[in-house]
Design a protein around this ligand. Structure first.
Ligand code: GCV
Length: 695
């Protein structure tokens, strides 16, 4: 029976995927020859963390079991590895030569020669790279790989792999479903919760290297000296795990905190205020990452009030941070009243400013043009902005996808976006390639470094202070997968899930297959029971949990369900074709043409781009009026199947963890039924009206 991650006193699930309980003898045996001696370079915080990680994990995985062999593991930068091996002999050169750049690493086996002791080396040119290599090697052990299979060379796809916390200073979390904020502002800077280090360790284990601590709907007080002193303490803890700290800032801070009467980005007093704040910040946190800014969006202040542009606002902040090595991450999540198509707004706002941003500004764009829906086509800014650094923003917290209750593995959704071919520089211009080239399409023309200086992928965190960290024992899978995909978007999402399962639940093959069969289909199931065929934003208003397709009132037109689905007797879906809102033309050709033509538009995006007649026959041979209920039914059946599969795993999983997950799957199956019960009759009433009109 699986006994990993049983809490060890901190609560069920607290260990996440780092429980490191004893490996079964057959999986442990191939590693024993290397465990005679483990030599890890020390001397920087990240190296000390790597060293501690080896000690802690090897003890967990191998315990005091069978005796280790005569060989060794060596982890460090090239000079350390060479010195440890007694000089740069030919064999050693193969361990330390030709290393991946930056925070990349290599795991290498010394060539076997007669009489040689087996040696495994983790080598990187940076201390953070050694830390990532350490985690990669320990992951290989913990998932039951053999040493030969662990040999690898890895380079992160993007420079900034970041979690954005939407945590408020009062401890609440916007769109958080896992308890209260991790950051205990009332206790800091005196008391330092050990959770900060546990959080940082988990992040580092999957390559996350940046964390923005507070909500993008930012309170000005975050920049007060009182808070900066608290933040410096957190930053110190995160630094030991290679993580740089960022803050969300309120554009009106110079008024609210500084007593100025303007926040105009071109006003000298405003510029001076931000520069002084930057100096104060860097005196306390020398490696401070920079600012994340939500401006002129959903009521947040920004440069528009002063007749200035997004570029004016972002550049002013970027100049304040630039000399200290900081960056500005300026969000592109903007829309406003009275639009014909909210999905077009960000493109319309940002495209005119392409090329105007300072080199240390990245424009952060959500994966889709509305708002983290169960499925959205890729945001049209990817592939369109050529001369600006673009970061991806994913949402790890499941605001629209069943929140803390539904088991929905988001890896496949992110992968669909990362693999999407924008055709920005011809075929093969995938979002993943764009992101690692710095986001802008021009980056693809550069032949030099694979990773541009400002390249990044951010995820809105699903982490809180509950025992499981993320609201259930399964939700950490999305934290894990986010980090792994941000590091390497080419990874297979089932393979990522397998890694997580093996480290969280146990290495037994049957168990891994069984759990994979629960999580692997979960995203498509969710799409089917919530928003099949790319329906979108038909959730209950404000909290976004559960269905409300009839929602037709409220303060904003573009928050109403009927605005998005447009159901009438003629059909269903938002017409974004050239004869509709024209949204398709924000994409490059041939993508724009593909989406525009109802014959070629992928069915998975059909109702996003087309108002489809109820009697149109889809690829299944069914009309839309028949297909829609069939999709909802398919989603419900899939949710029920997930639960059945989980039930069948009961003999293999400890009762407490099994019951905890089953309780979530019960809610999910019931919610799926509710979605079907509410949406099918609602939408079919329009189809019936259509049939009546025709008869
Ligand atoms: C932080 C959506 C969410 C808001 C969120 C906003 C954003 O509208 O519902 O809670 O605000 O996105 O990304 O800024």
């Amino acid at each position: 029976m699986s006994s990993r991650n049983n809490g060890k006193g901190r609560g069920l699930g607290y260990e996440l995927w780092l429980g490191r309980s004893a490996l079964p003898p057959d999986l442990g045996a191939p590693w024993l020859p290397f465990l005679g001696e483990v030599k890890v370079e020390r001397g920087t915080a990240a190296l000390d963390s790597a060293s501690a990680e080896f000690a802690r994990s090897l003890e967990g995985l191998f315990g005091t079991g069978p005796e280790a062999g005569p060989g060794s593991i060596i982890a460090g930068r090239p000079a350390f590895v060479e010195q440890t091996l007694g000089g740069k002999s030919a064999a050693n050169g193969t361990l330390t030569g030709g290393l991946p750049p930056g925070d990349g690493f290599a795991i290498r086996l010394a060539p076997a020669a007669a009489g040689d002791k087996p040696r495994l080396a983790v080598v990187s040119t940076t201390d953070r790279g050694v830390l990532y290599g350490t985690f990669a090697l320990l992951r290989a052990m913990a998932t039951g790989m053999r040493p030969e299979a662990a040999v690898s060379e890895e380079t992160p796809a993007v420079s900034f792999r970041m979690l954005d916390h939407w945590d408020n200073l009062d401890g609440s979390i916007e769109r958080g479903y896992a308890g209260r904020s991790l950051w205990k502002w009332g206790e800091l800077p005196v008391k330092v919760d050990p959770r900060y280090a546990d959080y940082a360790r988990a992040c580092a284990s999957v390559g996350i290297n940046a964390s923005c601590l507070n909500n993008v709907n930012a309170a000005c007080e975050i920049l007060s000296t009182e808070y900066l002193e608290k933040i410096a303490v957190i930053a110190g803890v995160l630094r030991a795990w290679g993580i740089r700290t960022f803050l969300s800032v309120n554009f009106s801070s110079p008024i609210k905190m500084g007593g100025l009467n303007t926040a105009d980005p071109l006003d000298p007093a405003v510029i001076a205020w931000w520069s002084a704040k930057a100096r104060e910040l860097y005196a306390l946190i020398p490696d401070f990452g920079g600012f994340v800014v939500k401006a002129d969006s959903e009521g947040q202040p920004g440069p528009f009030a002063y007749g200035r542009t997004h570029a004016d606002g972002a550049n002013m902040l970027a100049r304040a941070l630039g000399s200290f090595g900081g960056i500005v991450i300026w969000r592109a999540f903007v829309y406003g009243h009275g639009e014909t198509d909210r999905a077009k707004k960000a493109w319309a706002n940002f495209m005119p400013h392409d090329g105007e941003f300072e080199p240390n500004v990245a424009v952060q764009v959500k994966n889709g043009a509305i708002d983290f829906q169960p499925r959205e086509p890729v945001h049209p800014l990817f592939g369109s902005m050529e001369k600006s650094s673009l970061f991806m923003e994913f949402q790890v917290t499941q605001e629209y996808l069943g929140q803390g209750n539904h088991v929905v593995y988001l890896g496949p959704m992110w992968k669909e976006i990362l693999d999407f071919d924008t055709h920005a520089r011809g075929k093969g211009s995938t979002v993943a390639r764009l992101l690692s080239a710095g986001g802008g399409a021009e980056g693809l023309d550069r032949e030099s470094a694979p990773v541009a200086p400002l390249s990044g992928i951010a995820g809105v965190s699903n982490i809180g202070d509950d025992a499981t960290w993320c609201g259930s024992l399964f939700h950490p899978l999305n934290w894990y997968a986010f980090g792994r995909l941000a590091w390497d978007p080419s990874l297979d999402t089932d393979a990522i899930a397998r890694e997580w399962i093996a480290q969280t639940w146990g290495t037994d093959r049957g168990l891994i297959d069984g759990i994979l069969a629960v999580v692997s289909p979960s995203w498509e199931a969710c799409v089917d029971y919530m928003t099949p065929l790319c329906l979108h934003h038909i959730m209950r208003e404000h909290h976004h949990y559960g269905p409300d397709p009839a929602f037709d009132a409220g303060e904003r037109e573009d928050w109403r369900s009927t605005y998005y689905h447009r159901a009438d007797s003629a059909g269903l879906g938002f017409d974004r074709t050239r004869t509709g809102s024209g949204g398709v033309d924000q994409y490059r050709k041939p993508v724009a043409d593909l989406f525009d033509d109802i014959e070629t538009c992928p069915e998975k995006y059909l109702l996003w781009f087309h108002h489809v007649p109820w009697d149109r026959v889809l690829s299944s041979g069914m009309t839309l009026a028949q297909e829609l209920p069939a999709r909802y039914a398919r989603g419900v059946a899939a949710a029920e199947r997930m639960r059945e599969r989980w039930r069948a795993l009961a003999p293999r999983i400890d009762p407490a963890r099994h019951a905890a997950v089953l309780a979530k799957l019960d809610i999910q199956a019931a919610d799926a039924k509710e979605w079907e019960a509410v949406c099918v009759p609602y939408f079919l009433s329009f189809a019936k009206a259509s049939a009546k009109e025709l008869s």
